[in-house]
Design a protein around this ligand. Structure first.
Ligand code: ADP
Ligand code: MG
Length: 251
């Protein structure tokens, strides 16, 4: 990969201060109390999460590994209020998210969480810049300002020159970097990533690891489902293992 990550137009100091202030007010970035998720398909049931308890403080870096089918994606979706538990309670940024209707939850997700997926999930008919702008649609700011912000985020991930490319015109690593810029669009306090390096070559994976680390260093709570040992070794990371829907912290 020829282009590096360009931080020149981006003030890390400003962000850090703002986010530390935010962190002091919030008690729980995430709190799951006795959360279970049972899927019913016809007359069969699958228990994807079993009595999961998890408390994450603002600014923590959490890594969860576990075999395929163990419930990692379900856990991330429940944390991010994309899915809901069949039992138990989910608190996200101190808000008991399950007590609200889907319209509130949708707005809440856009404001407070940034999702990064294994297969990027960019909108195929939108350019890189438009994909980053997409979560900003609730913003009251003038369109030109929104565009500027999105462009600054693309610059941050080293892809300003690719702003007008459609997803298929980007490499896998570039698509994931656009997805990370999109996850940062509304400057959410919580970043949720599902196997973000699983489909990437080593140099792209390293850029993604570094971006996740940087976001955490700026005070964001980062929760990653991954087999990537180098993400798990992030200094200060709390590590968990998932097996058959049971979550265990690795001391
Ligand atoms: P992982 O991400 O660790 O591979 P998942 O959370 O995707 O695990 O899946 C956990 C279990 O729940 C699996 O047995 C999977 O087949 C099942 N599952 C996941 N999502 C659904 C769904 N929407 N409907 C039915 N079963 C599901
Ligand atoms: Mg998964």
């Amino acid at each position: 990969m020829s282009e590096g990550i360009d931080n020149s137009e981006y003030s890390i100091d400003e962000l850090t201060e703002a986010d530390v202030e935010e962190s002091e007010e919030v008690r729980y970035a995430v709190r799951l109390t006795d959360v279970s998720r049972v899927y019913s398909i016809g007359n069969r049931t699958i228990t994807a999460l079993q009595h999961v308890n998890l408390t994450v403080r603002p600014g923590e870096f959490v890594v969860v590994n576990g075999p395929s089918g163990s419930g990692k994606t379900t856990l991330l979706n429940v944390i991010g209020a994309i899915d809901y538990p069949t039992e138990g309670r989910v608190i996200l940024m101190d808000v008991p998210i399950g007590d609200y209707d889907e319209s509130f939850r949708a707005t809440f997700r856009l404001t407070y969480t940034g999702f990064i997926f294994q297969s990027y999930n960019l909108i195929s008919t939108l350019t890189a810049l438009e994909n980053v702008m997409f979560p900003m649609q609730l913003s009251d700011d003038p369109p030109a300002e929104v565009r500027e912000r999105a462009l600054a985020l693309l610059e941050r991930v080293g892809l300003a020159e690719r702003r007008d490319h459609l997803p298929w015109q980007l490499s896998s690593g570039e698509q994931q970097r656009v997805a990370i810029a999109r996850a940062m669009a509304n400057d959410p306090p919580v970043i949720l990533a599902d196997e973000p390096t699983a489909n990437l070559d080593e140099s792209s994976a390293e850029i993604v690891r570094r971006l996740l680390r940087e976001l955490n260093e700026q005070g964001k709570t980062v929760i990653v489902m991954t087999h990537d040992e180098l993400i798990a070794r992030t200094p200060g990371a709390r590590r968990f293992h998932m097996s058959n829907g049971v979550l265990t912290e690795i001391e």
